[in-house]
Design a protein around this ligand. Sequence first.
Ligand code: C2E
Ligand code: MG
Ligand code: MG
Length: 634
Amino acid sequence: MNSELLENSTILIVDDNPDNLDVLFDFLSDEGFEILVATGGESALEKAEYALPDLILLDVMMPPGIDGFETCDRLKQNPITKDIPVIFMTALSDVEHKVKGLRSGAVDYITKPIQHEEVLVRVGIHLRLKNLLNLYNRQNLNLQAEVEDRVFAQSALQKLTTELEQRVQERTRELTKTLEALQKSQETLLVREQSLIHSAFHDALTELPNRFYFIERLTQVMAIAYDNPNYFYIVFFIDLERFRLVNDTFGNYIGDQLLKNVAHRAKSCLRDQDTIARLGGDDFMVLLETATNIGEALAIVEKIQAQLRLPFIIQGYEVITDSSVGITISTIGYERTEDILTDVDTAMYHAKAKGKGSYEIFVPSMKTQAKEKLQIEVDLKWAIANQKFVLFYQPIIDLSTNEIYGFEALIRLKNNANEIISPAKFIPIAEETGLIKEIGWWVIETACEQICQWQKFFDVKLMMTINLSAIQLRQINLVKRLEHILNHFSLSKSLVKLEITESCLIDAASPELKVLKQLKNLGIKLCIDDFGTGYSSLSCLHEFPIDTLKIDKSFVNRIGKITGDTEVVQTIITLAHRLGMDVVAEGIETVMQLRLLKNLGCELGQGYLFAKPLPVDEATKFVETWRSQKILNI
Ligand code: C2E
Ligand code: MG
Ligand code: MG
């Protein structure tokens, strides 16, 4: 062997001549080749496929089997053996054989008789070539595998990248969504927080700052004024006149709209630096920082009051209100906000007492009166606990017969010091606190019991007129409980007349109408008290089951004094008669008033001219005296 490259190479020698085989076998074995032999074409094909030699030396003529050409052909057609180099062994003169052999796929030929050197050279060349080819193929294969691997890796990478990108996109989308949702919920939270803060410091109805806000600002301003004694501010408290009446008359919705309109009008008179707040109900508080002196401040107060005096048109109703304003000034040198609030409140009550549409600046002497109101509240609660109410009875006279028609029951309160307190003072507070319901039932029971006793005592039928406030009229159990009381005293229902205020009669759709009809069905009589001072709607007066109109004493009082006032009374009487109602005139104090009223056809009269409201024993005496003497027969 002359080259390491050929070491262990296997050569298949195919020849039908055993001598040739021997020669070649020996010689090539000596050269270090592995030798296989076959004596015919068929066995050569088998061995080649089985042993896969590195080279085949193939004889051409091998009778009787297939010849070398066919053997070569079939070797080349078999994919297993097709790459094994085949060298034909042929005679020197057989050019035709050589060409045919090369065409059938052989790589070379060796001329017979065999020359060892030639065999070695040709075998060596082709084994090297084959090895090189193998090497090349292997490398090529490796390269191809590497390329495929890379392509695979690349496509896998690509797939992975695409997948990753998709996942990233999906995740990004999810994250964006989550982020958006988070942002939204943060925004919602922020809005909610802001709205919570806003509603904590603002009044929901008017959108004005509320009490907390006002106190906060007032505290800040007081601190500024503390460090800077020249800092001037005033605080004023606006209370609407007749707001309760508006609420009772037109209902809460119109009341609310009025408050909104009031807030708007008052605010429009102020500058941005000033603060107007609604403290609740119809109470508005203003902190005025932009006025430099009291004159300027009062001009603003007057401007607001003038604005509030103008009628408000709400849902087609013309609502008229007025305001009382209590003012206090920083020069008093306040150190506590509550002192300011108390003082403006006190000043406001003074303004109220002075008359509609007034304002008052606080002075320390006012505190006594504020205490009085507080005292009434205390007295009221004490009187309820200790049953210290009494009923006074004021006679009502039938002006045509001069007989006693009946009495109006008027409540009084006896305080701890045994002083009698007027209902004008405590009834509004009893209404404010709701205590009127409890007091009202006591009045009804006491008055019914009294009329029952008089009936037994005098054997005469007297009418008992009982005042009923709007709050009482709205009690669910009113009709039933009233019926129960009347039955309890076996009292004829037609001897009880309830006096209600005009505010209960605003329109035919009001729930009070139903209650009034039920009362009427029971047989109870109904009267409108203080007629002409409230808001009753004349257009639907006829729809209410009213028996009597009571002309307010302010009209009676002016009879004969001011020209034209008799006409008002006359108009009321005519209206009542047209609607089938009778008329009571209250507050008759003079004979002239009595005569005039009689002439105008007024059926009933009540007033100091006959008698003041009397305690029960005096009222009893009054009946006795009147019946025997008929004191006033004019
Ligand atoms: P009112 O129902 O209009 O009663 C008439 C008021 O006029 C009474 O005042 C009476 O004393 C007064 N008065 C009667 N005649 C004259 C007169 O000739 N001249 C003058 N100047 N006044 C006269 P009073 O008793 O102080 O009652 C005030 C108001 O308190 C009553 O007005 C009524 O609205 C209310 N009130 C009284 N008692 C009750 C009650 O039991 N329940 C309810 N809800 N309100 C009551
Ligand atoms: Mg009355
Ligand atoms: Mg009256």
